[in-house]
Design a binder for this molecule. Structure first.
Ligand code: SF4
Ligand code: SF4
Length: 201
């Protein structure tokens, strides 16, 4: 009897939800609208003059908690300016273990690495989720980039952001100087303070 009642109760729950408007979507044919701040894979950027922005400083590699970034740095002459500077000779970011914390973006001193706004980065093998330097530079032109460069994220996280500007400092006299000035004022004849001693000769 107990089993029968349980079955009827379960069927009742099923029928209660049978004609309800579905809350799921038919992914991947149908995709939900992503929020403006949604971020996924990465891109390496060029400077406005066409030079590579990455200077091979390894800061992103050092900060990465998942240790999925490998940068091989080198120094060479810039093909644009002719000056000797740092570059990434090789750069690999393995998305397989990336936790999308964005710390690598935040520490970059040259705004060279940013995240993109692609909804997802699927792959059929682990290798497909390994972003080589070539793929990272391809993403710069082929994927919509987020606004979140290191400089802009730093501005956003500034604790003084949104606060009123500090009041201008008024120079305050030292107590001894104030007392001396008061004594001078007391000695001075009416009509203003005494002037310098006159030469009578
Ligand atoms: S988002 Fe975080 S885990 Fe992923 S590569 Fe950058 S620092 Fe590493
Ligand atoms: S991407 Fe930025 S933090 Fe990483 S090596 Fe290049 S310049 Fe340094």
């Amino acid at each position: 009897m107990g089993y029968f009642l349980d079955t009827v109760r379960a069927l009742g729950t099923t029928f209660k939800h049978l004609f309800r408007k579905p809350v799921t979507v038919h992914y991947p044919a149908q995709k939900r609208t992503r929020s403006e701040r949604y971020r996924n894979t990465f891109a390496l950027l060029h400077e406005a003059d066409g030079d590579e922005a990455c200077v091979g400083c390894l800061q992103c590699e050092r900060i990465c908690p998942s240790q999925v970034i490998t940068v091989i740095a080198e120094k060479k002459e810039s093909p644009i300016s002719g000056k000797r500077r740092g570059y990434a000779k090789d750069f690999v970011l393995d998305l397989n273990a990336c936790i999308y914390c964005e710390l690598c973006v935040q520490v970059c001193p040259t705004d060279a690495i940013v995240m993109t706004r692609v909804p997802e980065q699927p792959g059929y093998s682990r290798e497909e989720l390994c972003l080589t330097m070539e793929r990272l530079y391809e993403n710069e032109t082929q994927k919509p980039l987020t606004w979140g460069t290191a400089s802009k994220l730093m501005q956003m996280q500034d604790p003084k952001r949104g606060q009123p500007p500090p009041e201008p400092k008024v120079a305050k006299k030292a107590p001894a100087a104030e007392a001396a000035a008061a004594a001078d004022d007391a000695k001075a004849p009416e009509g203003g303070p005494a002037g310098p001693p006159r030469n009578e000769s």
